[in-house]
Design a protein around this ligand. Structure first.
Ligand SMILES: Cc1cc2nc3c(=O)[nH]c(=O)nc-3n(C[C@H](O)[C@H](O)[C@H](O)COP(=O)(O)OP(=O)(O)OC[C@H]3O[C@@H](n4cnc5c(N)ncnc54)[C@H](O)[C@@H]3O)c2cc1C
Length: 474
């Protein structure tokens, strides 16, 4: 092995000696992968197929000890470092060119304590894996709606999904985290220990250290719940979305109804003649008794003439994984998002106008239905911002042929631009793409919170070692 080309934190070319790499390998219990290794190409793949980065080293850690030694090694050699949890983030910050990836995806430990109603999960666990272990006890951590997403990135950004209106964000159910700092120190953060850090970790992303495990409070849900998808033709979108808006205005926190617009996918639960046709619809989940839910959503189901009504009692895990088929790893993704208030007539018209010009049959426009328990937590309790938003609207643009990228990206940008007058300020940090700059991060947190986060960064990571993220500079 000759010298390995790397890059420093200030983006200067540097080289690692064979001895240095061998020393690292002797410490690490997991794998240290170099470009010459057979597994390297697979290890540098993440969910978004648009991201094609070639790190100098990928360290697949098996536990906190590997993380500590990786951080110390990177510090000693001034290496640019990225941190990978589930590898789902659309911006692709889990990887870097020529630097070192600290990859936690093999850290899959989960321990559920059903009596205490808590769970501890390591940073490589995905949402589906956590639900598998908790649902056997009729419990869950409020999280997201695609099961292959990592708990790590999702939780550090906030984390919302079908039961967040009832039980809050993932971070509202976070009891503590174990973390490795930029100096390679191991510490715990909770409401009683390193409290300032715990505040910043709940929404501040991966800026303050590498979390090795998360301890959550579990909530009662399922295993069978009422939910599913309801679709109408796009011609009826204006009337349907207005009806939906009024129907949902006083909905209890148990009810989450996510509106969506797209071309009907070739999904097995949809009739063949519908595939590729423009549709508007909702995904429903009622986090309460099935009978209560049925009577509550009756007006929604009775409205107009739905093309498909797939609402009924289902396993909670089936609902959690319902959208997995539309979010396959390796496809090309580009995302724009905005926090929005309740749907006005103007917002509805803008959504329909741009949805009717959708460029890809795989793209989805969805409004994460927020409010409820998310809104009931004071804005200053955590770094996560815009708890008053009614929706986190996501334009999840998806396509396969890389030659078409420009067309799809342009459609997304123009749609997103049209939404700006309605924005309540910025977008969820976990839905920001690679082309969104520092100003966007500032807008998302607001000046006061951004300053507080910046001070915290100075305390825990003064050299900005953890910089490949939605970065908050010290
Ligand atoms: C298909 C899809 C559906 C989604 N649905 C939802 C949803 O329903 N609700 C929701 O809230 N979000 C959702 N998201 C957004 C999701 O929360 C983010 O993409 C999140 O960053 C994914 O976490 P990850 O660990 O898989 O990502 P990664 O790409 O591995 O990590 C993202 C970033 O998080 C940081 N990070 C990761 N692990 C650690 C760690 N252990 N310690 C410190 N920093 C770390 C790093 O900065 C890294 O760059 C969705 C994303 C996708 C692609």
């Amino acid at each position: 092995m000759s010298k390995i080309k790397t890059i420093t934190t200030s983006h200067e070319e540097a080289f690692l000696t064979e001895e240095a790499v061998e020393k690292l390998k002797s410490l690490i219990q997991g794998d240290v992968l170099l470009p010459s290794d057979i597994e390297y190409d697979n290890a540098r793949k993440i969910w978004n197929g648009m991201i094609d980065k070639c790190p100098a080293l990928i360290v697949r850690c098996t536990g906190p000890a590997d993380v500590i030694d990786s951080v110390k090694f990177a510090r000693e050699h001034d290496l640019l470092v990225s941190v990978r949890g589930g590898g789902h983030n659309v911006a692709g910050n889990a990887l870097c060119d020529d630097g070192m990836v600290i990859d936690l995806s093999k850290m899959k430990g989960i321990r559920v304590d059903p009596k205490a109603g808590t769970a501890r999960a390591q940073a490589g666990v995905t949402l589906g894996e956590l639900d598998r272990e908790t649902q056997v006890f009729g419990l869950s951590v409020p999280s997201g709606i695609v099961t292959t997403t990592g708990i790590a990135g999702l939780t550090l950004g906030g984390g919302f999904g079908y039961i967040s209106r009832k039980y809050g964000l993932s971070i509202d159910n976070l009891i503590s985290v174990d973390l490795v700092t930029a100096e390679g120190k191991f510490l715990t953060a909770s409401k009683t220990e390193n409290e300032d850090l715990f505040w910043g970790l709940r929404g501040g992303g991966g800026n303050f250290g590498i979390v090795t495990s998360f301890e959550y409070k579990l909530q009662k849900i399922g295993p069978i719940v009422l939910g599913g998808m309801l679709l109408h033709p796009m011609e009826d979108a204006r009337e349907f979305l207005r009806f939906y808006r009024d129907f949902i205005a006083d909905a209890p926190d148990e009810l989450t109804v996510v509106p969506l617009l797209r071309l009907a996918p070739p999904a097995p639960f949809l009739p063949k003649d519908l595939h590729g046709k423009p549709v508007v619809g909702v995904i429903v989940l009622y986090a309460g008794s099935i009978e209560e839910g049925k009577s509550l959503i009756e007006p929604l189901r009775k409205y107009g003439k739905p093309l498909v009504d797939g609402i009924g009692p289902k396993p909670f895990r089936a609902l959690q994984s319902m959208l997995d088929v539309s979010a396959q790893p390796g496809w090309n993704y580009y995302v724009k998002s905005e926090f929005l208030p309740a749907l006005s007539d103007e917002i509805i018209d803008t959504l329909i106008d741009h949805a009717s010009r959708i460029t890809s049959p795989m793209s989805v426009i969805a409004g994460f239905h927020l409010g409820g328990a998310i809104r009931n937590v004071d804005e200053d309790t955590t770094a996560y911002s815009h708890r008053n938003a009614s929706y986190s609207l996501i334009l999840n643009t998806t396509w396969i042929d890389a030659a078409e990228s420009e067309k799809h990206i342009q459609w997304t940008r123009s749609f997103w631009k049209a939404l700006q007058p309605f924005s309540i300020g910025g977008a969820y940090v976990n839905f920001q793409s690679f082309d969104e700059g520092e100003d966007r991060v500032k807008t998302t947190y607001g000046t006061a919170k951004f300053d507080r986060l910046s001070k915290l960064k100075k305390k825990y990571d003064p050299t900005n070692f953890f910089r490949l993220n939605r970065n908050i500079k010290p």
